[in-house]
Ligand binder design. Structure first.
Ligand code: GRG
Length: 297
């Protein structure tokens, strides 16, 4: 394994342990079933890319690892809630996620809705706790940042634009870029910026990380669109070809495969230039940018 692969693997292991600790197994009552579904959705693999960005960004400012793991786990809960709700019949109606039946297929629709709801709220409960950071103003900044990234002017807003595009199709690349900035990009922004928040980093460092996250988020989404066409269902652990069959506008449908890939390469290179203030300490973030570009799932 390369240094990067080892670091990603190790971070994923710590995040899994943190998530398992924060999501204790329930009793055999109705509430216990909810926790079973939350554990099912959350502890089902996944690349743990967003927590990795938080942990590695935090390491630039010598933040205690346990704090970064808690924030990474909170981000992963919000991400998982979005996947659980996105898979519902009212949205994408998917049967497979992370190589397993989607939450509503494994449990039932109402349980899947409640699973997403409780993962979202638990994420904020974790950020509120002093174990996440002893300084209440840092905890407030984290709560504010995650709320804005996940809410109506962030991920949920992006999802709404995406749903509206089913009736009024998007035709302009700048509109797709805006949709994806909100739907996928804002959570990447927060994942990177959270490390700087935890470390009380200077503004310039925070801006550099945000600029990096901005370009990585878009590159990630372009690659996601390419994988929807070129990816393999087993490797991806979810259905592919859905955007094409739904006639959805994506970076690939608007730019074509080659230009979309070139754009992703360009964004990756640009993302890396934003890391120059951190020198060698940002080596893992540079590798992460290449991983986002070359990933197969
Ligand atoms: C329903 C509130 C709500 C929001 C849905 C993010 C989102 C908005 C939906 C997810 C659907 C989707 C496939 C979006 C494209 C980008 C994306 C988030 C892909 C999945 O992220 P990965 O590849 O997944 O990091 P893993 O499983 O590795 O965590």
């Amino acid at each position: 394994m390369t240094t990067f692969e080892t670091a990603l693997h190790e971070t994923a292991r710590h995040i899994d342990d943190t998530l398992a600790f924060l999501l204790p197994e329930g009793d055999r009552d109705a509430e216990g079933r909810l926790y079973e579904a939350m554990r099912y959705a959350t502890l089902a693999g996944g690349k743990r890319l967003r927590p990795f960005f938080t942990v590695v960004s935090a390491s630039l400012f010598d933040v205690a690892e346990t704090r970064a793991y808690r924030v990474g786990a909170a981000v992963e809960m919000v991400h998982t809630y979005s996947l659980v709700h996105d898979d519902l019949p009212a949205m994408d109606n998917d049967e497979l996620r992370r190589g397993r039946p989607t939450c509503h297929r494994q449990f039932d629709e109402a349980t899947a809705i409640l699973t997403g709801d409780s993962l979202l709220t638990l994420a904020f409960e974790i950020l509120c706790e002093p174990e996440t950071h002893p300084d209440a103003s840092v905890r407030c900044a984290l709560i504010d940042g995650l709320a804005k990234a996940a809410g109506g002017r962030g991920m949920v807003g992006g999802q709404m634009i995406d749903l509206s595009a089913e009736t009024v199709p998007i035709t302009r690349i700048e509109d797709i870029a805006r949709l994806q900035r909100l739907k996928t990009g804002r959570l990447f922004d927060f994942s990177c910026e959270a490390g700087a928040m935890l470390g009380n980093a200077p503004d310039a460092a925070r801006r550099a990380l945000l600029a990096y996250a901005h370009d990585i988020g878009l590159a990630f989404q372009i690659v996601d669109d390419l994988l929807d066409i070129e990816g393999d269902e087993v490797e991806m652990g979810k259905a592919v070809g859905k955007d094409t069959s739904a006639g959805k506008a994506t970076f690939v449908s608007l730019l074509g495969v080659d230009s979309a890939r070139n754009k992703a390469v360009e964004l990756t290179e640009k993302a890396i230039t934003h890391l120059s203030p951190f020198g060698e300490r940002a080596a893992l973030l540079r590798d992460a940018a290449h991983f986002v570009l070359e990933r197969r799932n």
